[in-house]
Design a protein. Structure first.
Length: 279
């Protein structure tokens, strides 16, 4: 599933490519991607003739604000991709469920093989309160500036295992399985340490690791794993997987101490860490 860095990369691409563009038409193939609507027309009519004015990110959600005060909200789900086509003549990929054509030419296509992603239109004002998925999102680790000691206080209040706390979307929005493992390795902390057990120095390391890991992942345009389900707006793979220190590196040498990376299955998810240098 695309996590915060991947969604942020797509947001930045969209900001450059679609802001100021007017929608000429919208085509929907199947209702799964617009499942909040009973009829296609209810969705397409909310977009026809509208112009995108800005692109925001709320956790793993994209918010495309329009000139009528509404916003197109997009969640990529497990396998969703947004792809920019320069011309409608370009062949659409398999599993293209929504196609937005612009009056200036070109298209924005929503491709989703597993159809867990979705798109819907909602009023922009009050969205954070009225849309349940957005109303309960926690702080944004890239957008919310705070002192490391306040960060530590928030973590201590959770009384959860560190990985669970990092992945709790109601506490911190956007971090998933990949980046929680990478953050904890860089901080030198085990996944099962309790969030209220950290020393001041460990809190500082963790806070720095959260910010720097996510920033680096965005810089390298996200992680494209073996399934290549994440690509950017132009269909290009990210490169941060080449810099992973623990994720999907079971049995390989730790880049810090040379001991083998371990994988454990916890709650149906794989967790990767170094038993020697994460404490």
């Amino acid at each position: 599933m695309p996590e915060l860095p991947e969604v942020e990369v797509v947001r930045r691409d969209l900001e450059k490519e679609i802001v100021g563009k007017k929608i000429k038409s919208v085509e929907v193939n199947g209702m799964r991607s617009i499942r909040r609507y009973r009829q296609r027309k209810l969705f397409t009519s909310a977009l026809d003739g509208r112009k995108f004015t800005s692109v925001e990110r709320r956790g793993k959600y994209l918010v495309l604000k329009m000139d009528d005060g509404n916003a197109l909200v997009i969640h990529l789900g497990m396998s969703g991709q947004l792809l920019r086509a320069k011309s409608a003549r370009e062949t659409s990929p398999k599993h293209t469920h929504v196609t937005i054509t612009f009056t200036q030419g070109g298209q924005l296509r929503f491709v989703d093989p597993r159809t867990f992603g979705e798109m819907f239109v909602t009023p922009y004002d009050g969205m954070a309160k009225d849309v349940e998925e957005l109303a309960h999102l926690g702080l944004d680790p890239l957008e919310t500036a705070m002192s490391w000691d306040y960060f530590g206080e928030l973590f201590a209040q959770r009384h959860m295992k560190l990985k669970s706390a990092l992945m709790d979307q109601k506490f911190m929005a956007g971090i998933g399985n990949i980046y929680s493992d990478e953050i904890l390795f860089t901080a030198g902390l085990r996944w099962d340490r309790m969030s209220d057990s950290l020393s001041p120095e460990e809190v500082r390391r963790l806070y720095r690791s959260v910010v720097e890991t996510l920033q680096d992942a965005v810089k390298y345009r996200g992680s494209s794993l073996a399934d290549e389900q994440y690509v950017d707006l132009f269909g290009n793979k990210g490169e941060y997987q080449l810099h992973h220190k623990v994720y999907a590196r079971e049995g390989e040498a730790c880049r810090r101490c040379r001991q083998p990376i371990v994988r454990q299955r916890i709650g149906g998810r794989s967790t990767f860490f170094c038993e020697a240098c994460q404490v």
